[in-house]
Write a protein that binds this ligand. Structure first.
Ligand code: ZN
Ligand code: ZN
Length: 536
């Protein structure tokens, strides 16, 4: 007896070693092909197809790879159990197609894929239960913008749950060796595709009847971005049936898929900008100081640029002072697309513009870098009014195409900007709001809201009335109509999205960084203080 165990041990280890190696290669080969080809070789060519904004840094890639290695170990262990189960007659894995015929051979693959899709959807939803999520599935969601290496980046419990799909299938139906192999290859290919980060499908894809039910990279990327939507693995069926597809999925997919590489966008931008440009003559101003830049698509603040004069050669230059990144975009990035000495430099502190020289009323001959693509544009700056400048970047042949941004001076004492509202009871930051002065009217928008876990991720205003009813609270205009009167902003309305009440109110600054808000409701009033948001 003792002899036979000793004799058998090397065989047993050898089998485990082989399964381990094949599980490792099954992950490593597709993930590295995707990473080397798309994330390294074609990254510049495909820059416009990158779904989210900021690339994960190397630390995050290592994190994904390390967890994937632990998953490989677990997959291999389950693989060994399948091997042993087969020997003991628990699973029927056959090698002769004629045993069940060709029709069965093909249909068994279809069954496996459809079964796995349902299994994944429901186990995935289970792992999003608040009690399970933070202990198990959070590991996978720490990649808010996943790379191909995230394909297996699971907590060991999740890895085990995912590995169990194969023994369950084999317990239900007999399967041919080749079908199991094809199924495993299909599984990893779709998985790496989902975590590719770049949307490579054509923009018509969702309109193609026989293909559009397949999930896309954007589909899964949105799951990582927003978490409580798009749970599906291979197909969109379950998400559609269970109404968990993100409302903007199709729109987002089409936006990414129809993005054109740099030049043709510039032509479009030119047409739009020509109709909106106004130039106001201002003499004696200097662009030195801090400027707020904005996301052109959403109008949200994007970064603060600090411009100063280089006195040795009388040029103006600027660095990125801070980047205002929404939570879901993840960590503040590095300039991965930059070349030369800027390559992989942190965005904060990056030399962003340089060599601008005063020429009459504008600053010309400058260079400006787009950290998202690494492209350097010729550029010019001039004043729009006291507090804003136009920054125009030129590109294309003979610099024929250009686009213009407007930046606002970041003043320490203005009311416009981002403020943190404080919870009356717990004295915690409850939300971030942005105040903007638009045509002399002060308006406020909710930029971010910090919720307790049970309050969900994407609250809507159930108590609001009229147009705002059931609209998402984040992004909502909740203050309007305030006008400046002496040192206060008065005569406006404030909506409390928590209860739908509308208050009249007024505002004034207390020092530089505190804003006092008084809301009136009938004869009563309540006063709150908000703190100026300092980007970390
Ligand atoms: Zn994922
Ligand atoms: Zn998830």
């Amino acid at each position: 007896m003792i002899k036979s165990i000793v004799m058998e041990t090397p065989g047993f280890l050898e089998i485990y070693g082989k399964i381990l190696l094949s599980d490792f290669l099954r992950y490593f080969i597709p993930a590295s092909i995707a990473f080397i080809s798309v994330w390294m070789i074609l990254k510049k060519k495909l820059a416009h197809k990158f779904i989210q904004k900021i690339r994960p840094d190397n630390k995050k890639l290592w994190f994904e790879f390390r967890y994937s290695m632990s998953t490989v170990l677990i997959f291999a262990s389950v693989g060994l159990c399948i091997y042993l189960g087969k020997d003991h007659g628990i699973f029927h894995i056959y090698g002769n197609i004629n045993e069940f015929g060709w029709i069965y051979f093909v249909c068994s693959l279809g069954f496996m894929v459809i079964f796995h899709d349902a299994y994944f959807y429901w186990t995935h939803r289970w792992m999003h239960h608040p009690k399970i999520f933070r202990h198990v599935h959070l590991v996978h969601h720490l990649s808010t913008n996943p790379s191909p290496w995230a394909a297996y980046s699971f907590h060991p419990i999740e890895a085990f749950v995912q590995a169990m799909v194969l023994p369950i299938i084999l317990f239900i139906i007999p399967a041919h060796n080749i079908i199991i192999f094809v199924f495993l290859i299909y599984m990893i290919t779709r998985n790496v595709w989902g975590h590719l980060g770049y949307e490579l499908l054509p923009k018509k894809f969702l309109k193609i009847k026989w293909l559009n039910f397949h999930t896309t990279t954007t589909h899964h990327s949105m799951h990582h971005q927003y978490s409580k939507c798009n749970y599906g693995l291979y197909f969109t069926w379950w998400d559609n049936w269970m109404k968990t597809t993100h409302k903007k999925y199709e729109e987002s997919f089409e936006e990414v898929a129809s993005r054109k590489s740099g030049r043709s966008c510039k032509i479009k931008c030119l047409v739009i900008l020509l109709s909106t440009l106004v130039s106001i003559d201002v003499i004696g101003q200097s662009p030195t100081g801090k400027w707020m830049t904005f996301n052109e698509a959403t109008g949200m603040p994007l970064s603060v640029i600090s411009i100063r004069e280089n006195l040795t050669n009388q040029t103006f230059e600027g660095v990125i002072d801070s980047v205002i990144v929404p939570d879901y975009v993840g960590e503040k990035g590095r300039c991965t697309f930059c070349t030369g000495d800027k390559k992989n430099k942190p965005l904060i502190g990056l030399e962003f513009l340089w060599n601008f020289k005063l020429d009459g009323k504008s600053w010309v001959d400058g260079k400006i870098i787009d950290p998202e693509s690494g492209t350097i544009y010729d550029s010019k700056i001039w004043f729009a009014n006291d507090d804003s400048i136009y920054v125009r970047g030129y590109g294309g042949i003979f610099n024929l195409f250009y686009r213009t941004q407007i930046w606002q001076r970041k003043t320490g004492n203005g009311i416009a900007g981002i403020w943190e509202t404080i919870d009356d009871r717990f004295h915690l930051v409850k939300s971030e709001v942005e105040l903007k002065v638009i045509q002399n009217e002060l308006k406020g928008f909710i930029r971010k809201i910090f919720l307790m876990p049970y309050e969900g991720n994407y609250p809507i205003c159930t108590e609001c009335e009229g147009d705002l009813k059931n609209k998402p609270i984040v992004g909502m205009e909740f203050m309007s109509g305030f006008v400046s009167h002496e040192n206060e902003w008065v005569d406006g309305k404030i909506l409390d999205p928590g209860n739908g009440n509308v208050y009249s109110g007024k505002f004034w600054l207390k020092g530089e960084n505190t804003l006092v808000i008084r809301g009136y409701w009938g004869p009563f009033f309540r006063t709150q203080e908000w703190k100026r948001f300092e980007s970390p």
